[in-house]
Design a protein around this ligand. Structure first.
Ligand SMILES: [Fe+2]
Length: 207
C-alpha cells in the first residue's frame, strides 16, 4: 500500500441559477436584438460565431445575470481561500451558429473565468478543459483504459441551460463545434462569458 497526496488542484466550479427558465427567457431576446445591432468583435479564439462587445457587465439590463455570478463567485472565493471578492472585469455574449466553435484558449490578466448557458440546442457543442500543466503534456506514456477523472488530459463539461461554470483563467478551454441540425435561431447556441479580476483590500479595482 502506498500513500498519495494530490497537490496543486485545478478547480472547476459549476452551479445552476435559481430560475433558469425565467432568466433565459428574459436574456434570449435581449442578446438576439444586440446581435442584430452590433457587429461581432474580433476574438483570437473565434470560430465563426458572434461575440458581443465586452461591456455586458456594465449594462443594467443584465443585472439579473450578474447578480447570480457575484453570488457564485463569493462561494468560489470562500472555497478557494481567497479574499476579498473579485470584480467583474468584463463580460460578453456569444452566439455560436451551426458550424461555429471556439478554439482552445486562456483568458490573460483575469483570475477566474467562466460561462453561463442561455440556450443550448442538442449537439451544439460542449465545453472542454485541458490539463494546464506543461509537464504531463510532454510525458505521454501508454495508459490504462479506465482512469479516474483527475488523471484525464481533457475533460468535457456538457453545456446545460441555466448553468454557470467558473474556473481559473489560466485553464486552457474551448467549445466544440455546433453540430445542431435545427434551422434558424433554433440552432443557435448562446452563452455568456466573463472574467473576474483582482481587487485591492478595499474592494477597488487596481488601475
Ligand atoms: Fe474562454
Amino acid at each position: 500500500m502506498i500513500n498519495r497526496e494530490t497537490l496543486f488542484p485545478t478547480p472547476v466550479y459549476f452551479k445552476m441559477v435559481q430560475d433558469p427558465n425565467k432568466l433565459n427567457k428574459y436574456l434570449f431576446p435581449l442578446i438576439k436584438a444586440w446581435s442584430k445591432k452590433d457587429k461581432s468583435t474580433e476574438k483570437t479564439n473565434a470560430g465563426g460565431g458572434w461575440h458581443s462587445p465586452d461591456n455586458m457587465n456594465l449594462k443594467k439590463e443584465y443585472k439579473p445575470l450578474t447578480d447570480e455570478l457575484f453570488t457564485m463567485q463569493a462561494e468560489v472565493y470562500r472555497d478557494y481561500g481567497m479574499e476579498p471578492r473579485g470584480a467583474l472585469g468584463n463580460m460578453w455574449a456569444n452566439i455560436n451558429y451551426p458550424g461555429a466553435y471556439n478554439k482552445q484558449h486562456i483568458h490573460p490578466n483575469a483570475q477566474w473565468s467562466g460561462v453561463y448557458y442561455v440556450k443550448v440546442p442538442k449537439n451544439s457543442g460542449n465545453l472542454f478543459v485541458e490539463d494546464p500543466r506543461p509537464g504531463p503534456n510532454i510525458m505521454m506514456p501508454p495508459r490504462l483504459e479506465k482512469l479516474p477523472k483527475q488523471l484525464w488530459r481533457i475533460v468535457i463539461y456538457r453545456a446545460v441551460e441555466g448553468q454557470m461554470i467558473m474556473f481559473p483563467a489560466w485553464l486552457p478551454h474551448g467549445v466544440e463545434v455546433n453540430e445542431s441540425k435545427e434551422k434558424g435561431e433554433k440552432g443557435w447556441r448562446i452563452s455568456v462569458s466573463f472574467n473576474f479580476i483582482q481587487v485591492n483590500k478595499e474592494g477597488q479595482i487596481n488601475q
